[in-house]
Design a protein around this ligand. Structure first.
Ligand code: PMV
Length: 343
């Protein structure tokens, strides 16, 4: 029988808890998968077919400040702008909050701030769910373990479960029907020289959500059965690359894994193509630079934008080739997190 999201929430938290403070806020970084999550074995609980491995984007993320409000509905702000009810952001967040209301009448005010460039292909909703569950935990004093927070964030959006942590993160697929063994953990590696560059092709909202695209791939792509083994091997190679600080292995594995995911989509009925002409131009540019000896690789999610992987020593050359790139240093500590400043 299908386990519901509400059952999982009841399993993990005391839903009758009262707020321990007037408001609580928390930050969560965005994350980019090097070995992708593509396909659910359970749509209700966002349980993945495979494990996946990501890197958190340090200072690029979202902060969520949450309090109870005396009103008939939730009030949701994104970067100080009240979100209207017909936005996807509002609807998905309200649906997520529904899981955690002590009573039906409990309404929340959520003030989300994000410094993710609009449309950069780094879903702000993903870190929004992770920041919101951390803030709810603080507000109600649930005192959950990180893996429990990760499970609850997953109920909002699969990849949100990885945004509970910094650095390299592994989301264990798990096998239990209730998904209590499907959560992310932080990997004990750091790589201060690693850089991620965001290459914006198109900032508009994507034509098809990753949720729908994934489902369609699982249901109609004849090659989908090859995917679990591909990802397992990619994760093994990535872990080896992390062990040996082998950047070329890391980059080549991530790039091949992203291309394989997009190849599956191409073989889906009807085909799903997120790339635009400029995406392909950038890919060619990356390949040309690499054949000239530059250590640069790309990965691509459910959108036309690319994320480049390179080392600090090559940053100047990469910036020369890709002028508009936004560079993130995932392991360089940031002194001040501007997102979490509330008046
Ligand atoms: O968590 P979702 O439903 O937004 O799916 C994320 C899918 C990819 O970004 C393409 C891959 C991944 O592992 O993040």
């Amino acid at each position: 029988m299908q386990v519901t999201r509400q059952q999982i929430v009841r399993e993990l938290i005391n839903n009758s808890a009262v707020p321990q403070q007037e408001y609580a806020s928390a930050y969560a970084a965005s994350n980019i998968a090097l070995c992708k999550y593509w396909g659910k074995r359970d749509v209700e609980l966002n349980l993945p077919v495979t494990s996946s491995l990501s890197i958190s984007m340090s200072h690029l993320g979202a902060c969520s400040k949450i309090s109870l409000c005396d009103s008939a509905e939730d009030h949701i702000f994104l970067n100080a702008v009240a979100m209207s009810h017909n936005t996807m952001f509002y609807q998905r967040l309200v649906e997520f909050l529904d899981l955690f209301r002590p009573t039906q009448d409990t309404k929340f005010t959520i003030d989300t701030k994000t410094n993710i460039p609009v449309g950069a292909g780094l879903a702000s909703s993903v870190c929004g769910f992770a920041a919101t569950i951390k803030a709810l935990d603080a507000l109600f004093g649930w005192d959950l373990e990180p893996n429990e927070l990760s499970i609850l964030a997953r109920l909002g959006s699969g990849s949100a479960c990885r945004s509970i942590y910094d650095g390299f993160v592994l989301w264990h697929a798990g096998s239990a029907a209730n998904g209590l063994d499907s959560f992310a953990t932080q990997l004990e590696y750091d790589w201060p020289d690693l850089r991620v560059g965001i290459l914006l092709v198109d900032g508009r909202q994507k034509s098809m959500t990753s949720r729908d695209a994934m489902q369609s791939t699982v249901e109609t792509c004849r090659f989908y059965k090859t995917w679990p083994e591909l990802v397992t091997t990619a994760i093994e190679h990535t872990l080896r690359a992390l062990d040996h600080k082998d950047f070329w292995l890391l980059g080549a594995t991530a790039e091949a894994n992203a291309l394989a995911m997009h190849a599956l989509m191409l073989a889906t009925t009807p085909p799903i193509i997120y790339s635009q002409a400029a995406t392909l131009d950038y890919m060619q540019q990356v390949w040309r630079a690499r054949s000239a000896g530059l250590g640069v690789f790309f990965t691509q999610d459910a959108g036309p934008n690319l994320k480049l992987l390179f080392l600090a020593s090559d940053e100047a050359r990469v910036r020369e080739l890709f002028n508009e790139i936004e560079v993130v240093a995932p392991f360089v500590p940031v002194t001040e997190n501007i997102v979490c400043v509330y008046e």
